[in-house]
Ligand binder design. Structure first.
Ligand SMILES: C[S@@+](CC[C@H](N)C(=O)[O-])C[C@H]1O[C@@H](n2cnc3c(N)ncnc32)[C@H](O)[C@@H]1O
Length: 217
């Protein structure tokens, strides 16, 4: 029934999504506050996308790589820890080729209304299987997960799926609990550094986006 309603009103949903994309920043901020009142997700998510420069530039970089390598357009982009989905929604691919996962059902509720045409699933790395993935994006949360668990999660997801690029962030600040040795983790998984972003400010420290590419044998 729900699906029928969606199919019948697909055009209307598409128009709403287009409106959200071009919604002036002040209106979008008000809309996100309304979503926060409904779903009670963490207030962190109200930080405007434009002020999360690491996220804005990450979207630009991923879009540039996809534009340069047409083969990647056939594959899926998956973001784990997507929050309200601003990063995954900004990836320049049809909505059928993108999925956002987040462990927090409150934020997934918000994401589905913030970006209505995009697909969002409550879940994490362990819920991803049999996908042909161009980019697996996981930024701004792995610092709360210990090194062994991160290695296990990434080893699992790369075993169950084909993953060309993995995007993570390197943090340097005492405010973050776990600082990962990505060269070691990614090297063991068979990935090599493809692109490192410029430095961003993060909790009186530093942050870099790192894009790792699978080493082809
Ligand atoms: C600080 S927000 C970052 C959102 C987004 N990645 C960004 O940078 O704009 C971190 C998000 O990661 C989610 N998260 C934390 N641990 C997770 C896990 N193990 N699997 C999936 N999502 C997780 C949280 O619920 C939260 O929405």
């Amino acid at each position: 029934m729900k699906k029928m309603f969606y199919v019948k009103n697909q055009r209307m949903f598409a128009e709403v999504t287009e409106m959200c994309k071009f919604m002036p920043r002040c209106l979008r901020e008000k809309y996100y506050k309304i979503l926060q009142n409904i779903f009670h997700f963490d207030l962190w998510h109200l930080m405007p996308f434009e002020e999360r420069i690491y996220a804005v530039e990450l979207v630009q970089t991923v879009n540039k790589i996809i534009a340069e390598k047409p083969g990647l357009r056939k594959k899926r982009v998956i973001e784990v820890g997507c929050g309200l989905g601003d990063i995954i929604a900004g990836v320049a691919l049809p909505v059928q080729k993108k999925t956002g996962f987040d462990i927090d059902n409150r934020v997934i509720g918000g994401a589905r209304l913030a970006h209505p045409m995009n697909k969002f699933i409550q879940g994490s790395f362990t819920d991803i299987a049999n996908e042909d993935i161009s980019f697996l994006i996981a930024v701004n949360f792995l610092h709360s997960i210990d090194g062994n668990t991160v290695t296990e999660l990434l080893a699992g997801v790369t075993k169950r799926n084909s993953v060309d690029y993995i995007v993570v962030d390197q943090l340097k600040s005492p405010a973050y609990r776990y600082i990962h040795d990505w060269e070691k983790v990614m090297g063991e998984l068979g990935y090599t550094l493809y692109k490192k972003s410029r430095r961003y400010e993060a909790a009186r420290g530093s942050r870099w986006n790192l894009i790792y590419r699978q080493i082809t044998r």
